[in-house]
Design a protein around this ligand. Sequence first.
Ligand code: SF4
Length: 340
Amino acid sequence: MTDLIIDWYLANKRDLPWRDTTNPYYIWLSEIILQQTRVVQGLDYYLRFVSKYPTIVDLANAEEDEVLRLWQGLGYYSRARNIHATAKFVRDNYEGIFPSTYEEVLALKGIGPYTAAAICSFAYRLPYPAVDGNVFRVISRLFAVEEPIDTSSGKKIFTAYAEEMMDVKHPDLFNQAMMEFGAMQCTPQSPACQVCPLLDKCRAYELNLVKLLPIKSNKTKVRPRYLHFFDFGDKEYVYLQKRGVTDIWRGLYQLPLIESENEELSLDKFKNTFSIDEDIINISNVANYKHVLSHQTLHCSFYKVDSLPAADLSEFTRILLSELDEYPLPRVMEKYFEKR
Ligand code: SF4
């Protein structure tokens, strides 16, 4: 099976820049960028990061705001903060040289077993199977494994299958091939079974289980949140605030916010929050966006407060619109300013 998958890979692989390097820093960057991001979108960000920070020390020496700004639009900003923290850690503890054992790589912030295996196999040819979602699916179907892929016992079983299949002489090629096979051939919704080189070896195909595998134990519960953002600015400036460190969008900038239990905006709460005692306020809802994260659905409403009432905005920063580019923003905030 392994040889067939590697042959398929050599004939069908996409040409991607991180496949032409054994530089662990570049491989690590590509792996973090590609978590929860499509290859087409991630490619552009990868090239930008590599060009702006050619070495891990360059990344370590950058300002966090600048790194977040370059990351803007990719979402899941903890990834950007982790790569920055890890770059600083490697600079300070490994003299700027990326560690080269699996244990050391796994101990770095933001790196789990899959990413550690990917880095170690691609950069150092160490025989660790990189078992990502694509590989779970391929193994689940090839061997008709009905164990859920999102349990720790399931993960152990799938990893054991991958270890069994591993080509120890070419772990880099094996891992790339398995991932690419899952991404391009044995896809979630419409696997190309009729032209699959493993058709006569695939247990799921034989047992008519392709559509049912892989199995997930349960779906993540998604919590709705209702965020009301207020634009007190005019054509030249805007008021922003920097988010704290305990919630989504850590360290990014946003318009003044009120969060509520439902879609309704309470005018009393608005007045209290901004210390307004006027009765008539010219406020209008100008945009609404739904933004889906892995555990939360954000219902974001934007309001323009036209004639600035006697609001207390002292805790916000007044920023010229022409300088907005210097502030890292969540994607939904970017969308608002694109149409403002
Ligand atoms: S036959 Fe279909 S389900 Fe089986 S490995 Fe090939 S593409 Fe995947």
